[in-house]
Unconditional design. Sequence first.
Length: 437
Amino acid sequence: MDRLKQLFKSKFTVQVEEIKAIVKEHGTKKIDDVQIEQVYGGMRGIQSMIWETSSLDSKEGIRFRSYSIPELREKLPQINGATEPLPEGLFWLMLTGELPTTDDVQWLSEEWQRRSAIPDNVFKTISHLSCDIHPMTQFSIAIMAMQQNSIFAHRYEQGMSKSEYWDAMYEDTMNLIARLPRVAAYIYRKCFHGNDQIASDSNLDWSANFAHMLGKTDPAFYDLMRLYMTIHADHEGGNASAHTVHLVGSTLSDAYLSLSAGINALAGPLHGLANQEVMDWIYDMIKDLGTRKISKDQIAEYVKKTLAQGIVVPGYGHAVLRSPDPRFLAQKDFAAAHCPDDELVQIVWNVFEVVPPILESLGKVKNPWPNVDAHSGALLEHYGVKEHNFYTVMFGVSRALGVLAQLCWDRAYNLPLERPKSLTTEEIKQFIANSTN
């Protein structure tokens, strides 16, 4: 049993017993009272699922196993000349609750490289897809094409014991995470660079190798990818892609089926596709104004014009956060260090100063601050990744880290099939009538 698997087992074995005791002693206590507006409002804010890998505070933002993004940038080990945290280290932390050593991160990076070989039929499947098909659709199909190699599905069919579910899910998770950068890079090079594929470099870590296979050689871009893959990795369990993976996984679907479903959720305009929409909106503004040298007054007028048309300003506002997204601030800090004079970066920063006061003045927006999507595209463009419809694929590669780490915990806990109770409007009307009598 490898070192990470052994540590994970020791962690969940203790925690499973602790949870049994909590449920036995406190299972009937109420955490939340559900309101009718929550029933109709997308179950917003209802506390009804377990998610161990990260937690989202409305003011402080995301914390991974209690560590903030600034803390992770300071505490996670760095290898291969990195100056930003490595997602290998974050995955270790999310799975075990412990900060890894430098040796642990080096081992995991090499382990993912060892597991990264992809069957030829997967590449053949992708190659037959038209480049007119959105890259996220191709990415989801590619993940499904890898499903035939699922260890969980194979062992379940053979009659695997429930006590072994976590083991098989761990193996699928490690294999899938190892392979995602190769699949994503293959789609990118096929659709945007004439199918001129670039071989993997076994001397590079997971993120840097992804950057390399995209065709980028700038060490600063390697660091951007390390940061990008870390800060996009998880955002507690209530967001659409995370919840989808959890829901599908609760049926005992394997990691491939579950992640593909989550990728489909991430592709929605109200979720991960927002990073593409941010750049499209900025370019529409540049085209409308006829220049990249855009003043704050011009931005303010364009924002008001956008809102007057009944269109939201993409990248601003969040279902939970009530302050600027720390993920946005981390990227802003990176940009300040590496490309402060970039024209698109300057536009993003000016939008950051202009939009919140305008949204606040409307009196309808609880959170006028930027989220992670508001900055990522400008950085990617600076380093030559200008294909906006590929951005969500990169988001998906990262998000797999958190949702699959949690899926391992789901199977370790042997969580049941998720099955909430639905209501008809007639039943709600009857409830209201009964409660007012």
